[in-house]
Structure formats: C-alpha cells, structure tokens
Write a protein of this length. Sequence first.
Length: 163
Amino acid sequence: MLKFTTNASDFTVELHDNEAPESSANFLRYVDDGHYDGTIFHRVIPGFMIQGGGFNSDMEQRDTRPPIRNEATNGLGNLRGALAIARTHDVHSATAQFFINLVDNDFLNHKPGDYGYAVFGRVTSGMDVIDAIAAVPTTRRRGHSGVPIDEVVIISITRESAA
C-alpha cells in the first residue's frame, strides 16, 4: 500500500502489480526516488479525473525515465478511484504522470481501435480527499488548463506495510 501525503490531506493506494507489473514497478521506482515529492496535481477536471506526477509548483516538468509499455490490455477498467497511467497520443509513452478517475470512464479502457489507458492501482481510502481536490477552482497556467488556483501539492508518497 502507498500513502499519498498532500497539502489537501492523505489518501492510500493499492497497486495491481499482478495485472500491471511494468506500470506498478515503474511507479514504485519513481516513488522510491522521491520523484513525486513536491509535484502538484496540475490537471483537475471535475466529473472526469485529477492528474499529477509531472510538474512542480512552477509548472516545470520533472525529468523522467524512458517510457514504458502500455498495459491497458490487462482487463482492469478505468473505474471511479482507479489509478491509471497518463500518456501522450503515443500508446507507449507513459513515464511518471498518473491520473485518478473520479467517475467510471469506460471510454478510456482498451478496445478495438483504441488502445486505452492502463489502470495499475486503486484508491483504498481517502476518496473524499480526491473528491475535494476535484472541487478546487482552476485556471489556465503556462499553457495548461485545469490547474488549481491554490496548489494541491504531493508532499510525499511512501510505502506502508499492510495492517
């Protein structure tokens, strides 16, 4: 289990390392390196998702490792509370950014003609925190829309032992 400590409050996530081994291992490497510490949720779209993991408070993108293979064929759906890879239009372009689904987003799932976005975890506690983040006022900043006016900062992500 992973504990996300943010300036909005804390929430926990469980990774699906059996169904999405490459995505989970990639995320944990970034966690262990402290990559996410001080990053912000830079894209908040109510009724859709919140996205983070790539930018600091100055909207400067953090350096990343090479992209990983998209595991969207793993059978996991982009349901409310699911943690998924963020990527560009290139199917296999995911690096450090992730998003949390606020609702069931079936259109993001793998299907013929649309590779989809790989789910690799789920929120296990603190969905109320996610919903609160989704409700913050946003603006456009440095070419990005949906940026919270008052930053929502990921202070740290830590591995927690299962109780």
